[in-house]
Design a protein around this ligand. Structure first.
Ligand code: ZN
Ligand code: ZN
Length: 336
């Protein structure tokens, strides 16, 4: 089968390799669509907890073409997606019902072979039927499931105002998701005007270009601050400046993935004086069912977020596009 492989940080190629064989509890999936995530770019650069050499790809959908002998819920021909995170189910974190904090967390496309390949294996318990969703839409269930997990952590209250830094595909999912759980005024800011337009079309209330007037404009919109300030950029400098926009008792949500070990500073006195909450949310935490339902019902629109569709042979070019193309949103590989 064809597969994209990262040999070591900075070195990737597309290879012909052996088709994987499912174990007794596994489902073998023929990949139809697989999206590039910021995490894949971090993995390519060696800025994430990956194991090399690696076939990445953790946002995907496809068709079941084989099942291990113990698999009972799926059969050949089923259209599916899969939660990439595989907790061990026996460590103290798993025993506390916090599987995303599993001490032995494995992940498809991070610590084991992923979906930038014609075939991928997932344990049955990680596989979800996608009903009538298109394969392209279903490959966006995973990123939405990350937002949904964060929403559960942050506990958005009816009528909350929100400030979203960064409206790439994740930020656009964030805007729609905040709206769906009752946020009122949702202000977005980004360096790319085209992305701001997209976010407005998907439900943002106001857009502010991240230029030299950004601070003044964001403060004019909400002089006392925003109930929720969320960084989706993963840029430490952006996170640092986001604190000042939270209202007293507000919440600063650390969502974007900053490079491992990159520091960011904040003013502890402000956190103390304003009763601020700093909330992190990591990956997915059994939030796939909700995400599939949100897309299926039309509550969240994902198709407008797909900007590029490429063959897998263009893997390295795809990574480049996902990072630098000025008109990029979600870049997906089409394998079907
Ligand atoms: Zn991802
Ligand atoms: Zn565990």
């Amino acid at each position: 089968m064809l597969a994209a492989q990262i040999l070591a940080p900075g070195r990737a190629h597309v290879i012909e390799t052996e088709q994987p064989t499912p174990g007794p509890d596994d489902v073998l999936i023929e990949v139809a669509a697989a999206g590039i995530c910021g995490t894949d770019i971090h993995i390519f650069r060696g800025e994430y907890m990956a194991v090399y050499p690696l076939i990445p790809g953790h946002e995907f959908s496809g068709t079941v073409i084989g099942c291990g002998e113990n698999v009972t819920r799926f059969k050949v021909g089923d259209r599916v997606t899969a939660d990439p995170n595989i907790p061990c189910n026996r460590c103290p974190a798993c025993q506390r019902n916090e599987p995303n904090q599993c001490e032995n967390l494995a992940a498809i496309g991070v610590t084991r072979s992923g979906a930038f390949a014609h075939y991928v294996i997932a344990p049955e318990g990680n596989v979800f039927p996608i009903g009538n969703l298109s394969f392209e839409a279903a490959a966006l269930v995973e990123p939405l499931a990350c937002v949904v997990w964060g929403l559960k952590r942050v506990q958005v209250q009816p009528g909350d105002s929100a400030l979203v830094f960064g409206v790439g595909p994740m930020g656009c999912l964030m805007v729609q998701s905040l709206r769906s759980v009752g946020a009122s005024n949702i202000v977005v800011t980004d360096t790319v005007p085209w992305r701001l337009e997209q976010a407005m079309q998907l439900g943002a209330s106001e857009a502010v270009l991240a230029d030299e007037h950004q601070e003044r404009r964001l403060k004019a919109i909400a002089p006392k601050g925003y109930d929720i300030v969320v960084d989706v950029t993963g840029i430490p400098k952006v996170l640092e400046q986001s604190f000042q926009y939270a209202r007293a008792r507000g919440k600063v949500w650390v969502f974007g993935v900053c490079p491992v070990d990159a520091p960011a500073t904040f003013i502890p006195y402000d956190v103390f004086r304003k009763d601020l909450s700093i909330i992190g949310s990591f990956a997915v935490n059994r939030t796939f069912q909700e995400s599939i339902a949100m897309i299926n019902s039309g509550l969240i629109r994902v198709e407008p977020l797909i900007s590029h569709r490429l063959p897998l042979a263009d893997f390295v070019q795809g990574l480049e596009m996902a990072e630098h193309d000025p008109k990029r949103m979600k870049v997906q590989f089409s394998l079907a």
